[in-house]
Each structure stands twice: as C-alpha cells, then as structure tokens.
Design a protein around this ligand. Structure first.
Ligand code: ADP
Ligand code: MG
Length: 327
C-alpha cells in the first residue's frame, strides 16, 4: 500500500504549501482556535503544525494515518453536503508516505498524549506515551526525501515560502476567530490574535491588505434567497489595487473560481470603473447541498447548483453597494 499512498500523494501533496494546507484544515476541522506553524527552509526541511483542537483518541490514531480513513464523512450521501474542510481521508496517509512524519495528539479523555511516528522502512511505530498540551501537533520532515523526482520540482525556498504565506493569510481572512502564528527558520513572521470583535477584524484586514484599503472600502452584507453575501470591497475611487488582492470564499473555503471573480469584476465594470484592479474580500454562503466542493483533490474549485443565480446576485449586490457613494 506504500506505493498507492505515494501515488495518491502526487495528487494531494504537490509542494510544501499543500502539506501546510491539509494540516491547517485538519486543525480547523478539529475546532482549533490557535494554530502555530513552524517551517524550516520554506517547509522543505520541516513543516510543524500545532493546534489546540479536540485531539485524537489513542484508538483512532492508527486510523487517522490510514488511507481513506476519515472521521468526517460516514456515508456516500454525506459527500453531498460536506461541511468540514477535509473529507477524503487521504491527506495524512499521503503526506506520511513521502516524509518523515510524526503525530502527537492529546485528547481530553486520554490520561496523556500519544506519539505515532513512521519509520524508514515505511512502517508505523507502536503508540508511545508522551507529554504535550491538549490538541494535535504534526511534524513533516524531509518532504519528498524518498521521491527525488518530486523533490526536484520544488521551486526556490523563497517561492515556496511565498505560497505558504499567501495561503495562511487567506486562512486568516476567512477564520476571524483563529489565532495564527508563523515562524520561519526560527524567526517569527507574524502572530495574529483571534479577531472576535469587528473592530479587531478591521485591524487584521489592515495588516493583511493595507490601511488604505480599509479606509477606502465598503462593507457589504446581503441576504438573498439561496445566497448570503458579505465582505469588503474597494471603492471605485481606490486606484492602488493589485490583482493578487482579490479574495472570494465559498462556505468558508478559499476558492479560485474564474466565473465568480468575473462576476465581481463585472460589478466594477457596471459602474464604469477604469482604475486598476479592485481589491475585495467576499464571503459567499450557500446551502451546503447546493454546492459541490468535491470537484478536485486540491479543493479550489466549486460547482454551484444554481450557478447563474449566484453569479448574478454577487454582481448586483456589489454593483449596488459601490454605486451608492457615486450617486
Ligand atoms: P480528512 O481530513 O479528509 O478526514 P486526513 O487524512 O486529513 O483526512 O485526516 C484523517 C483523520 O485524522 C481526520 O478525519 C481526523 O479524524 C483526524 N485528524 C487529522 N488531523 C487532525 C487534527 N489536527 N486534530 C484532530 N483530528 C485530526
Ligand atoms: Mg484533512
């Protein structure tokens, strides 16, 4: 099964950022409110993610690292209305098959934490008792050490690091209650505290997208049948936009859906916006059974049941909002 895991890893784990994403999403699914990420060499040497989530009981630990073992989807029907971020149950097995992997977890019903590690022969060590705070900590060292072809395809540490930082910043945008700390090569990159009050979230927005954006943007919030829309969009007078500061989230997931981005851009075109790229953070929520997130393992794509309706709502809501200050 080791080979099957490595092949699956090809889909799920392309580069360090994919590992970070899977581990952070697992932490969020576990209800974590505080996550710390340590990296060495942009994650190529080490990715270490600690969370204060619910943890994993000893009996479930060997299962967690087995392929197609997921505690999140109990039946095929569940797949249609996935609320958790992970659901395929292959991330940990895949990651472990191409790295030196260790998992420490402390569930409140256990007397202490447990450690599970993979060994060079590919087998798992027996569970060992250890000391750790409540929650889970996963260390992924020497990524792709046993698949040199894939290791060769990694970009420079700088490029790999930028991708991780971008991913974590997007995670901070959508998870306002999350505290997140990033340490790279023993230096702290950032430390965001949970932004529970709206004012704190604005501070976070300013740190992530710039003070100027916060001053020159509008808050939108609209509930329409089948679509709930909320977010911040730059005023048409804001001319310092960058194309990489456009964020759309669907049901709490980061997505890169061309048509959704297009719907937002069309809203700006509707008000005859001739500036540079608008900047926006838009959260779209639709009923879980009206959106399919099971399109690609990387889970960036979405498919709406009523796509037209969603795109039209988004376009109209944003256009109406940004038109206000103009009239
Ligand atoms: P998936 O997230 O698709 O279920 P994964 O391979 O990512 O599959 O994880 C397998 C299982 O391990 C999860 O279903 C969950 O039960 C458990 N797990 C993984 N990471 C954590 C974590 N940080 N905290 C608690 N449980 C976790
Ligand atoms: Mg997962």
């Amino acid at each position: 099964d080791a080979l099957a895991n490595q092949i699956a890893a090809g889909e799920v784990v392309e580069r360090p950022v994919s590992v970070v994403k899977e581990l952070v999403e697992n932490a969020l699914d576990a209800g974590a409110t505080q996550i710390t990420v340590w990296l060495e060499e942009a994650g190529i040497e080490l990715i270490d993610v600690q969370d204060n989530g619910v943890g994993i009981v000893a009996d479930d630990l060997p299962l967690a690292v087995e392929r197609h073992a997921t505690s999140k989807v109990k039946s095929y029907d569940d797949l249609a209305c996935v609320a958790s971020l992970g659901f395929r149950g292959e991330a940990l097995a895949s990651i472990a098959s191409v790295s030196q992997f260790s998992l420490v977890s402390y569930h409140p019903t256990e007397p202490h934490a447990w450690l599970l590690q993979n060994q060079v022969d590919g087998r798992w060590s027996p569970l060992a008792p250890t000391a750790a705070p409540l929650g889970t900590r996963i260390k992924v060292a020497s990524l792709f050490y046993n698949t040199p072809a894939r290791r060769k395809f990694l970009k420079t540490p700088r490029a790999e690091f930028t991708q991780i930082e971008d991913y974590l910043k997007r995670t901070l945008l959508v998870n306002q209650h999350l505290g997140l700390r990033l340490i790279h090569n023993a230096k702290q990159v950032f430390d965001f505290v949970p932004a529970i009050e709206p004012a704190k979230y604005l501070t976070r927005l300013a740190a992530l997208l710039g003070e100027a954006f916060v001053e020159q943007s509008l808050h939108i919030s609209q509930s329409l049948p089948g679509v709930n829309l909320e977010g911040w969009v730059s005023l048409p007078t804001y001319h310092r936009g960058l194309a990489d500061k456009q964020f759309v989230f669907v049901n709490g997931r980061i997505v890169r859906d061309r048509q959704l981005l297009q719907a937002v851009k069309l809203a700006y075109a509707d008000v005859l916006y001739h500036g540079r790229h608008p900047v926006f953070v838009v959260f779209i929520n639709v009923p879980f059974d009206q959106v399919d997130v099971n399109v690609h393992p990387a889970k960036y794509e979405v498919r709406f049941q009523h796509a037209r309706q969603v795109y039209d709502h988004v376009r109209r809501a944003i256009r109406d909002a940004i038109m206000q200050p103009l009239v």
